[in-house]
Design a protein around this ligand. Structure first.
Ligand code: FAD
Ligand code: EPU
Length: 343
């Protein structure tokens, strides 16, 4: 691994670097393979153009060309840094593929992230929105992360308490947005995994397959199967997963929604709040499977905006705004994008 300065490319096509397959250009683009490379690059950077840290591009929408420098994080490596009777502490380079890391852990028998199988993207991006699926969120196995502050070029370790993790949220999407590049993440994984089958569809599949004593590999395989049946594969149809977060509303508001729409689904968050699936709201507003030009929502999952080929970032954003507007008009609920909007 070289610590010398990596080459900066100019006018780079970002199409292969975002799963919505939007054709946008970056004025400058550089891929970094080590923390040292990143630090050397930042120390030599004159700071005239804005910076944007990119992983696998599975949760970004480039509305326009990016008039700055993209820092593509390609730092690899996995290392067990500590072990006791019950746990393994695994430090993973930020550029490692998330799903491959999950499968690596599953093969080793280290539990905790099997429900997060098949989520696209990199390990370094996982804490940014505290990735979650099928009843598990990253924060449950998160020990710490190492990051470099872009402005000062200093290294810093963030422990769980520093990250302010919440549903699809962290300090890196709030006060510290755009200020740090994550270089590695340390996960605390269990040698004696306690399986999480609370998400209905998992238990249903286990019953169908007559698996009574599931392993973490069974859970991972089932999550992969469920996801493949529900979500479009970005290699075939451009998308960034759920485009919006599921809104959390007060119970009173949910009761009034229920009285008008008795079939409205909702998941209690605490004594006062309920999470409503944005996919349901968008479907009710008539957008499910609807195609306008090259963009639309996925026919099996209204929360996923898809690029049927050649859509610009602006077209995708216009559709997202129309969806927000009609859900707001119909339900008085404001959908907030989960996808990071650039430009
Ligand atoms: P990018 O899209 O490259 O970046 C996302 C954000 O993180 C940007 O703001 C970027 O600046 C920042 N970032 C990226 N890398 C770093 C770094 N090293 N340091 C600092 N900041 C960084 N998400 C879920 O939570 N649950 C799901 O079930 C899920 N399913 C999905 C299904 C599909 C088909 C798709 C396409 C996406 C899905 N997602 C899901 C969203 C996405 O996969 C995750 O958000 C993932 O963590 C993004 O990783 P990435 O490397 O592609 O990040
Ligand atoms: N629904 C509809 N119509 C639709 C889609 C969904 O009515 O077109 C309703 C159904 O009632 C369904 C419910 O919404 O039962 C929930 O749908 P689903 O199980 O597909 O989950 P989701 O709430 O849409 C969330 C995450 C996903 C994650 C899954 C599984 C968010 C924003 N999305 O989706 O994460 O994989 O649960 O845990 O929280 C992502 O973040 O990109 C993502 C894909």
């Amino acid at each position: 691994m070289s610590d010398s300065l990596p080459a900066i490319q100019e006018h780079t096509d970002l199409t292969p670097y975002n799963t919505l397959h939007v054709t946008a250009k970056a004025k400058k683009f550089v891929s970094v393979q080590s923390e040292q490379q990143l630090q050397s690059l930042l120390k030599n950077y004159d700071g005239t153009l804005p910076l944007f840290v990119l992983g696998g591009g599975s949760n970004v929408l480039f509305i326009n060309d990016f008039n700055g420098l993209i820092l593509h994080i390609a730092i690899l490596g996995k290392e067990v840094i500590k072990e006791d009777e019950n746990y393994i502490w695994l430090k993973v380079g930020a550029g490692e593929n998330w799903h491959e890391t999950v499968r690596y852990c599953v093969e080793k028998g280290w539990g905790g992230i099997e429900n997060l199988s098949l989520i696209p993207g990199t390990v370094g991006a996982a804490p940014i929105q505290n990735i979650g699926a099928y009843g598990v969120e990253l924060d449950e196995v998160f020990e710490s992360l190492a990051a470099v502050e872009l402005k000062s070029v200093s290294s810093r370790i963030f422990y769980k308490k520093d990250c302010e993790f919440a549903y699809r949220d962290s300090v890196f999407k709030q006060e510290l947005k755009g200020q740090f590049a994550v270089t590695s993440v340390t996960l605390k994984l269990s040698k004696y995994p306690v399986l999480n089958t609370s998400y209905g569809a998992i238990q249903q599949k286990l019953d169908e397959k007559e698996i009574t004593a599931p392993s973490i590999r069974d859970i991972s395989d089932i999550v992969i199967e469920i996801r493949n049946s529900k979500l479009p594969d970005p290699a075939e149809l451009g998308n960034a997963g759920s485009f919006f977060k599921n809104p959390v509303i007060g119970n009173e508001k949910f009761e009034s929604l229920k009285s008008e729409y008795p079939s409205a689904p909702g998941y209690p968050m605490d004594d006062n709040q309920t999470k409503v699936p944005a996919g349901w709201l968008i479907e009710q507003a008539g957008w499910k499977g609807k195609v306008t030009g090259s963009v639309g929502t996925y026919r099996q999952q209204a929360l996923v905006i898809v690029n049927h080929g050649g859509a610009s970032g602006e077209e995708i954003w216009q559709l997202a705004e129309k969806i927000q507007q009609s859900v707001d008009e119909m339900f008085d609920i404001k959908l907030v994008p989960e996808v990071n909007i650039v430009g």
